[in-house]
Design a binder for this molecule. Structure first.
Ligand SMILES: Cc1cc2nc3c(=O)[nH]c(=O)nc-3n(C[C@H](O)[C@H](O)[C@H](O)COP(=O)(O)OP(=O)(O)OC[C@H]3O[C@@H](n4cnc5c(N)ncnc54)[C@H](O)[C@@H]3O)c2cc1C
Length: 400
């Protein structure tokens, strides 16, 4: 008979839910007690609601992972916007200029580069799959303390209830309670940028294209939405983000029409607004005996290439696979050598993406003419660099 272990996942965001779904469906899932705890109320998606403010660019590789746990069908049938092209250009150039980066799905023999999906729909679709498993889902249940007790951890919920876990998975976001409770340090790289997020109605069709214009203060990302609007993520100075939050609809339209260099003509305000302070951070360790961090709890990166959620999904897949292999061999899922296999597989890859995004952001946020010329030359070379270019795009799309 297989030994029974308790796994407590703290955080029911995209990463935590994906991990629970994969582990529950793994060969040894039935012999585990899996609980997901989240501080917030259970997210509910309805196609009658307006498109939610928070959307993510989901790479094809991540879509496949969601499909592997049965969640993709609901997402596809509900609401999403495939994007087939990507245009990246510098504020001194145009989207069709020689130094602009252009990626088209057709050139990589793919039907699309990825999909724009509402975060709440991703959660909802994963939750519906989890409802059909033996995973216990507890919302409105923030954890208030984490204490080591021999080989196990006591996880206390607000209200006093206590769970004993052989493995605690911290999937509780960039301000992770779990990470702080076990004193794992993080390195931080502040950006002095804030991401202003809203939906806009463009004068011209978005043509299923993700647009990114690099401005000195930070990149402006324009993502296509299924109803013809676009989702804007404007990484800019905290002061400009505040002005955008407080602006009238007309003034906001003018600000973003200018910032986008009219690539889609006039942009009109057409949705709620929010702002998120930006910064990169990386946990010094992802694991301790009985503890593993995944997703934003382990690493937070600049949203400029829309990779954060995708990296979290890859963490979830790797940790679930490592645990399944260990359980198959009769090993304890909280053993440090087991968990280190997960850390070794993911930490380097996440660090590479984090430093690449931080570097890219800095490279474009400079006033130096020399750097500007080198940057344009680099982009032109990259455009002509066949295999390197293909490799970079495939890594970003998760279709290696
Ligand atoms: C403006 C912006 C745009 C972005 N765009 C993209 C994109 O296009 N593509 C992409 O891949 N990524 C994008 N990202 C990044 C992406 O949103 C994150 O990487 C991703 O949401 C992280 O998911 P997570 O599940 O790891 O953490 P979170 O989504 O932060 O989830 C953490 C969960 O833990 C819960 N929690 C926290 N504390 C506790 C506690 N004490 N007890 C119990 N539960 C707790 C929270 O309620 C929450 O549900 C973007 C980020 C920003 C800021």
């Amino acid at each position: 008979m297989k030994q029974h272990f308790e796994v407590v996942v703290v955080g029911g965001g995209i990463t935590g839910l994906m991990f629970a779904a994969l582990l529950a469906r793994s060969r040894n899932g039935a012999s585990l007690g899996i609980t997901v705890l989240d501080a917030a109320a259970r997210p509910q998606f309805s196609a009658d609601d307006d498109i939610a403010l928070r959307v993510s660019a989901i790479a094809s590789g991540s879509a496949r992972l969601l499909d592997s746990v049965g969640a993709w069908q609901r997402i596809r049938e509900s609401r999403l916007c495939p994007y087939e092209c990507m245009r990246v250009w510098d504020e001194n150039d145009t989207p069709d200029g020689a130094a602009a980066l252009r990626f088209d799905a057709a050139e990589f023999a793919l039907p699309q580069l990825g999909f724009i999906v509402e975060n709440i729909l991703l959660q909802d679709a994963l939750l519906r799959q989890l409802d059909a498993t033996n995973v216990e889902l507890r919302f409105a249940s923030p954890i208030s303390s984490l204490r080591q007790s021999g080989r196990q951890y006591e996880v206390e919920l607000k209200g006093g209830e206590c769970r004993v876990a052989d493995l605690v998975v911290g999937a509780d976001g960039s301000r992770s309670f779990v990470r702080r409770a076990v004193a794992i340090e993080t390195r931080k790289w502040p950006y002095d940028q804030t991401a202003f997020v809203t939906h806009l109605r463009p004068e011209r069709e978005h043509r299923a294209t993700a647009w990114q214009r690099f401005l000195r203060q930070g990149p402006l990302g324009i993502l296509p939405l299924p109803d013809g609007r676009v989702s804007v993520v404007w990484s800019t100075t905290p002061d400009l983000a505040k002005r955008a939050l407080d602006a009238s609809d007309a003034a906001l339209g003018t600000m973003l029409t200018d910032a986008s260099d009219r690539v889609l003509g006039e942009l009109a305000a057409a949705g709620p607004r929010a702002a998120f302070p930006l910064g990169a951070q990386h946990a010094a360790r992802y694991v301790l005996p009985g503890i593993a961090l995944i997703g934003d709890a382990a690493h937070a990166i600049h949203p400029l290439a829309g990779q954060g959620a995708n990296l979290g999904l890859q963490d979830a897949a790797e940790l679930a696979a490592v645990l399944d292999a260990a359980l198959q061999q009769g090993l304890h899922p909280g053993d440090e050598p087991v968990l280190r296999r997960y850390e070794r597989a993911r930490k380097g890859a996440n660090a590479t993406m984090l430093h690449f995004m931080t570097g890219l952001n800095r490279l474009f946020a400079t006033d130096s003419r020399l750097v500007g010329q080198l940057r344009s030359a680099g982009m032109r070379i990259f455009n002509r660099s066949g295999p390197i270019r293909e490799r970079v795009v495939k890594v970003a799309l998760g279709v290696r």
